[in-house]
Design a protein around this ligand. Structure first.
Ligand code: GLV
Ligand code: MN
Ligand code: MN
Length: 417
């Protein structure tokens, strides 16, 4: 029996067809699947249905991550595969879902070929990877591995004032139970996450699938600029304390400092109070996403930027406070696993990334690796995110090959790797 060719990926089209409508916004052409909202719950129900159809046992862990188990009764620590189904606001179809869909499709391929694992296999759907609603990315995997304090997580609040605890409770998930889960971690041996590439490195080398080497350190900071609300038509310019000016200056400074440090800095979200066209704002909250090749550079970037913003706040009569909301250190994926996967996949190219992933969070506890699937435009976190179906099929095939080698005997497939 042989693994079918990449063109034959049973069920892949059907998996996509059933998932694509969930959380799709016709006005923007993007997805609005935010942790525990209606669209996210529909995706979670989809995950359960796909797993159940395949005779897998579905369990939701204490932190809301979903796990679909194959051959759970086998001895040994499981090979986990999967990704996430939530999205950024108006995100694309592939960031996250490609990994989950490919995991089910890879399992279908292996089973069609009659392959059997010799240790358990689990497909994961990690909760709240993007942090779009409550602000902390990878909340599910951070809680699982003890990298986010349960009290802090429960108190996270969305823009309507709903806490994560309340949102979980409304979805039938007990918020009192969240926190590190040693029992589950003890059952996991490795995690391999397939993901759309968020860049164009694979286009440049002309390959459909690559293997990740590392993730840049990154974090999120809330800049709170305070001023004085006043009438836009009657307040003289010299009498104003306008925090929007300080914010505007800080955005430009972030770009300059990022350039100078060889780093990345993005203000992608703000909230303004009172948010009236004819009033000087009393407050501007702005969230900075900062990323750099190493932690010292990231720290230096933030220190420089904060100093510039404070100096400007002084000139504007504004106040400034800066709160770090999350910080992820540099991640080096497991070298042995990375090299093994690259070799298995015909010397697949290895590449670093600036994007965060649950595989990065889990790497603190178990060996993890990532497979990237070519993205022709390199665009991600946008409705324009895209992958060719032929490359998605190549990704499924690569994942199936990886699973067959890591969790059993690839010789069962009669293929010489
Ligand atoms: C997740 O996609 C991130 O890098 O923010
Ligand atoms: Mn993402
Ligand atoms: Mn992702």
């Amino acid at each position: 029996m042989e693994l079918p060719s990449p063109e034959e990926t049973p069920g892949l089209d059907e998996l996509w067809r059933s998932l694509l409508p969930l959380g799709y916004c016709t006005a923007s052409g993007g997805y609005r699947r935010f942790a525990w909202n209606k669209a996210d719950l529909a995706c979670r129900a989809w995950f359960t249905a796909q797993a159940t159809d395949r005779g897998l046992t579905v369990r939701t862990d204490r932190n809301g991550n979903q796990w679909a188990w194959w051959a759970e009764q086998l001895p040994g620590r499981a090979l986990a595969i999967g990704s996430h189904l939530d999205s950024v606001p108006d995100g694309g179809a592939f960031d996250g879902p490609l990994g989950v869909v490919s995991s089910f499709a890879a399992l279908d391929l292996l089973r069609e070929a009659g392959w059997q694992p010799d240790r358990p296999i689990a497909i994961a759907n990690f909760a709240d990877e993007e942090g779009a609603r409550f602000g902390v990315a990878c909340a599910g995997s951070r809680l699982l591995t003890g990298q986010l304090a349960p009290d802090q997580a429960r108190a996270l609040t969305d823009e309507d004032g709903v806490t994560l605890a309340a949102a979980m409770e409304a979805a039938g998930q007990d918020p009192a139970a969240i926190g590190p889960d040693e029992e589950l971690l003890g059952r996991l041996g490795q995690y391999v996450e397939l993901h759309i590439e968020q860049g164009r490195a694979l286009v440049d080398v002309g390959r459909p699938v690559g293997v990740a080497t590392s993730i840049w350190p990154h974090g999120r900071w809330r800049f709170e600029f305070g001023g004085e609300a006043n009438h836009a038509g009657t307040t003289r310019l010299e009498d104003r304390r306008d925090p929007m000016l300080t914010y505007a200056y800080t955005v430009l400074a972030a770009r300059k400092k990022a350039q100078a440090h060889g780093a990345l800095a993005t203000f992608g979200r703000i909230s303004v109070e009172p948010n009236a066209t004819n009033a000087i704002p009393s407050k501007v909250n702005a969230w900075l996403d900062g990323r750099a090749p190493d932690e010292a550079t990231l720290r230096a970037l933030l220190a420089d930027l904060e100093e510039a913003a404070r100096e400007r706040a002084g000139r504007d009569g504004a106040s400034l406070s800066v709160v770090n909301e999350s910080l992820t250190p540099v991640v080096e994926f497991d070298h042995a696993l990375r090299d093994q996967l690259s070799k298995t996949l015909d010397e697949a190219p290895v590449l670093p990334t600036g994007a965060g992933h649950d595989a990065g969070i889990l790497s603190a506890r178990i060996p993890t690796a990532m497979l990237f699937v070519r993205n022709p435009s390199g665009v991600s976190h946008s409705p324009a995110e895209q992958a060719e179906m032929a490359d998605c099929r190549a990704g499924v095939h690569a994942l199936a090959r990886a699973v067959s080698e890591l969790a059993g005997d690839p010789a069962q497939l009669g293929v010489a790797w």
